[in-house]
Every structure is written in structure tokens, then in C-alpha cells.
Design a protein around this ligand. Sequence first.
Ligand SMILES: [Zn+2]
Length: 500
Amino acid sequence: MSSNRYIPAWAASVADALGPGPHVVVTGISPSGNIHVGNLREVLVAEAVVDALKAKGERVRFLFHADTADPLRKIAPGVPREYKCYIGHSLSRVPDPEGCHASYAEHFLAPFEEALRRMEIDIEVLRSHKLYESGFYAGVTREALEHTAELREILQEVSGRQMPEDWSPYSPRAASGDLSSTRVVEHLPEEHRVVFVDGDGREDTADYSKGVGKLLWRVELAARWKALQATFEPFGKDHTSRGGSTDTADRMAKEVFRYPVPGRYEYEWIQIKGKGAMSSSKGIVLLPAALLEIMPPDALRRIVLGRDPARALDLDLAEGFPRFMDGYRAETKEKPVPFTHLVTVAQTVRGDVNAAADMLRQGGYREAAADHEKLVEYLTYARNWTEKWAPEALRFRILLLSEAAEAAKDLDEDQRRYLDIVAPQLENSMSGEKVQDILYSTAGELSIKPKKAFSAVYTVLLGKKNGPKAGPFVAGLSTDVVQQRFCSVIRDTTTGGVEG
Ligand SMILES: [Zn+2]
């Protein structure tokens, strides 16, 4: 539950600055394409502030405003080119490009909502098209239409762009579904209607209490603060730049809607190391679900927020990831098995939990070995990470006996003798340290450099010249498997060599 979660210092100071409530914390995302981990940062920033407010005893409503009424502006990567005909139509009224959901908006919203559920984020999801259709925004729409001239003036002053004479804060929807080509010519406030001309010059009317259109995005932002009674909303830097949407919304809220500007937090973007800033429109996207495959929800919270969400985050899911997981688990007070060791175990046992528990016990991790449920969970993270993100050096598979015989052909006489002498010294249920001792001392006795000796071990087990720390790794394997590869393999290839 939220009450147990750690509250970062930045969130506590945001909450202090907000003052007494009741509070309404809002986040807003347009489902115009994949909703990625960068977008998740917005929700998690808000959640941390919600937690901090609750810790102060405040009443808080936490909202996710999905901008489903927003028009389709451009074709997201992976969406068919023919979708050009829907540009200007509300995302809630554009068909799902893959045909699996009720609309384009739902197709991109559903996986994100699922991630929010899996993370147990206690948030109300609102769809803007439903709010428009229910008449929720009728009052602020009327206000906006009645102050058209002032809104236009603010927009011009802040953005520095000249707006057309017939500019309107409201876009009625034409019969074709298009919001972008209509032009309001008259406001009939008593009937909550506008008279408009569509792109073909036809005149029609639209009832703005029934969702036949929407406010322009910049006006909607200020209007929804008032309608939702928002007291806090985080924003990414794309909105908070000079002349950007928060600059216009702030003035519109104060001067037109007579509503105090909600508290704000500016969060920075997330980059994927080596790929650049995450962006749906550029196809650089990492979905929350992909990260939930390699870490628990609380670790995802931590990695996405980072030390300070006001700073850009370079997400390293390859080399740096094991260190992050170890740090996370150390803080959560579990006795952590190093993540790289879990990666070794997961690849060695291939789904056999009892074998994994044995291997951990031999490595000295009794506590972790005893908790099977947690062990299954973490083995899954380790396996998924190895498949998708691990650097090549950490990936391996135990060779079949026939493959081991083939790989052993690369070994020289010293290395064969070394394996032959090590093999009979190994016993089941030896500790990792004990095996490490045997591997070292035998190399010393034979005057073989340890690197060369260990390379022989990895060659017949993994077909590689190096691998995970040898002692615990070999101790975790069944002694039969190791001995077969250490000695029978040697004899076979040696004999083969003599005959050939
Ligand atoms: Zn779909």
C-alpha cells in the first residue's frame, strides 16, 4: 500500500509547498502512440507526491486524464499510411490499427492501464471523450467561447504567433469526423451549441454538452484544471518551454477561467542508453510491461524515478542493470543474492527450482534458497533479462556431452591433465569456496597459470574461454555432469587424437 512506500525528499517538499487540501493530482497523456516508460515517469512523479500528501494527512484524488478526444496529428511508427485519412479525427473515433481494441486510443491505452494495475497504482483513469460526451466540460467550454477574444490575445502574446481573425477555442466535429477544418461562426450559449462551417463550406451546429467536438489543447489544459479542480500536475519539458502550453495555460487559468494555477513539477526525459530520448513518434520506445518482465513493480518505480526526476535519466538495462538490482535489493532489506549470480543460476538450471535452490545453498545463500516463491520470481527476471538485455559475456548454456567433446579439441595437453586431476576431487554438496580452492590449488600444483586452467573449465562446460565465477558455478552443477565433461571427454578426444 501507498502508506508503506518510501517518500523521496523532493516529493515531500513539493507536498509541503502545496499547502492544505483537499488535493486533486492530475496526470495527462495522449494515447496517440505507444505509452512508454518516459510517460510512466509522469505518473510515478505524481504518485510520489500523492503519497507525500497522504503522509501529511491530506485528502487526495489521483487522476489519469487520457486525452482520448485529441485529434490524430501524425501517423505513429507501425501504423498504416492509409490512416492519413483519419488525421484530425479524435483518437477515440479512429479504428484500432491492429483491430484488437475498440479504437486507436484504446489500443495504446490498454497496455499502459494494465501496467498501472500491475504496479498497483491507485489512480482513477478518465477518458476525455467521455468527459466531453457527458457534459462535464460544457461549463468551461461555454466560458471559453464567451472569452474567445481574450484567449486569442493570450495565445498571440505568449506564443508570438498571429492567430486568424475567426480563431475559436473550440473545434466542432464535422460530419466526416474531422475536427481540424471546422470554423465556428456563432455561439448559442442557451442551447450549448455552436454554429460552424465545415471544410466544404457546409453550415451545421454542434452541441458541446454532448461531445460533438473539443476545446483546443492549450485551452483545454487550463479549462480542465478548473473542471477537475486540479491542485497539482507534473509536466515534461516539452510543455514547460518558453511560450509552451503551460505558459499559455497559466495565463488562461488566471485571467479567463479565474482558477489558481495548480502546483507543478517539471520532470526530465528518460533516454535508453545508446539509443537516445524515448519518443513514440521516433519509434524509440520502451513499454512498462517490458521492464516488469525483468524487475518487480517497486524496482520499476525506483529505476524510472531515479534519484531526482528533475534530471534526465540514462536508462542502462545492459551492463549497469545487475548493479541497480543489487542496490535495490540491498535497500529493501532482503538478503540479496548478486543478480549476476542469479543470472548464472537461471541459465544453469533452466527452470528447475529445486536445482536452483541447491545451487544457491552451495553458494552460501541459504535464506534465498528457502523462499521458493521469491526464487521463482527472481529466476524469471534473471532469465528474461539474460535473453533480452544481458551483455554477451554473461550469456551461456551448458554444453551437451557431444558438444563438449568437440570444444575440448582446442585444449592443450596441460589443460587436459588439469581437468583429469580436478575431476575426481569434486564431490556433490561441496561449497563454492571449496571448489574454487580445488581449482586454484590444482593449477598451482601443475604449474599452470590460473587463467589457462580456468579457461579449460569454461571450454568443456560452456564452449567459451571465460564465464561466471568458477567455484560457485561448478559447485552448483551436478558432479556427474561436471565429471563427465572433465574426464570422459578428455579420454575420448585423446584417444581420437592417437587413432587419427
Ligand atoms: Zn488493439
